[in-house]
Write a protein that binds this ligand. Structure first.
Ligand code: GLU
Length: 286
């Protein structure tokens, strides 16, 4: 079967060899079976995105010899669609407004409980808040985040699917497939619409993967846990499920993660130092 794959970088820094691995795997999977390779600019974080990083993404991928379909989807041009998906969840009674600040959450959270990103698990501060309390904050001009009522979402999932477990198919580098069980509960009442922008990473990814007909999501292992929540959103929103490949991460030999901000193994820097695209392939696949 021919695949539709995508590379979906956030333009808040320069790409490094870890991104090259993501992009090349996605590209090569599509090219191997006559599929389509898409590029998506995930720039909903409008405080951190920079136009020069978008230009750098195009330059670096071109240099790597990758080609992608035009037009490139730019997420910040599609906020109304993310809000429409959020609205469906609101109609299902699964989102609620939350005005809590980061420090209020940290103060009220159980120190033992963190979400897979390492943030304190949301202690439910605004779950069940009255319409008056919410209305008063809105009237004061405050914007809430919208959080998923995880218990409600799991109940809705059960009504829909009975006891069938929530799963996804993980495809290894050698092509073998494994069915994995998703555990979205560990995310707690996750933010689905942020306070500062009308979307969130998880919501925009599932909406766009569906809209673009992505059949095979390839990305780093650091996003493996995100798949649990994204599978839940796909089910609640009746979106098709792609298969997944979460590839190994490239790290320093002492195990440290590469960082965009430190320009660790940055593609532009390596290019300026005289490396070739073949050198990059050699480094990431050796
Ligand atoms: N935009 C995300 C990132 O740069 C990747 C999203 C994904 O591949 O699902 O980390």
């Amino acid at each position: 079967m021919s695949s539709v794959t995508r590379f979906a970088p956030s333009p808040n820094g320069l790409l490094h060899v870890g991104h090259a691995l993501s992009a090349i795997i996605a590209h090569d999977v599509a090219r191997k079976n006559g599929g389509r390779f898409l590029l998506r600019i995930e720039d909903i974080d409008i405080e951190r995105r920079r136009p020069e990083f978008v230009t750098a993404i195009f330059e670096d991928l071109n240099w790597l010899g990758l080609t992608w379909e035009e037009p490139v989807l730019v997420q910040s041009e599609h906020f109304s669609e993310y809000l429409a998906a959020a609205d469906r969840l609101i109609q299902m009674g699964l989102l609620y407004p939350c005005f809590a600040t980061r420090s209020e959450i940290a103060a009220a959270a159980d120190q033992e409980k963190t979400d897979p990103d390492g943030a304190p698990r949301y202690p439910g501060l605004w779950r069940g808040a009255s319409a008056e309390t919410v209305g008063a904050r809105m009237a004061a001009g405050e914007a809430p985040a919208l959080r998923l009522n995880m218990d409600g979402a799991l109940k809705a999932l059960k009504e829909k699917r009975g006891d069938a477990p929530l799963t996804f198919v993980e495809v290894a580098e050698d092509g073998t497939q494994q069915t994995m069980t998703a555990d979205p509960e560990r995310w707690g009442d996750a933010v689905i619409v942020r306070k500062d922008v009308p979307a969130s990473y998880h919501l925009s990814v599932v909406v766009d993967d569906a809209r673009q007909g992505v059949t095979h999501v390839t990305r780093g292992q650091d996003l493996l846990a995100a798949t649990d929540l994204q599978r839940l959103l796909q089910e609640l929103l009746d979106l098709p499920q792609p298969v997944y490949s979460h590839h190994r991460l490239i790290k320093w030999s002492d195990g440290r993660k590469l960082s965009k901000s430190n320009q660790d193994m940055g593609l532009r820097m390596l290019r300026e130092e005289g490396a070739s695209a073949d050198d990059i392939r050699r480094v990431i696949f050796s």
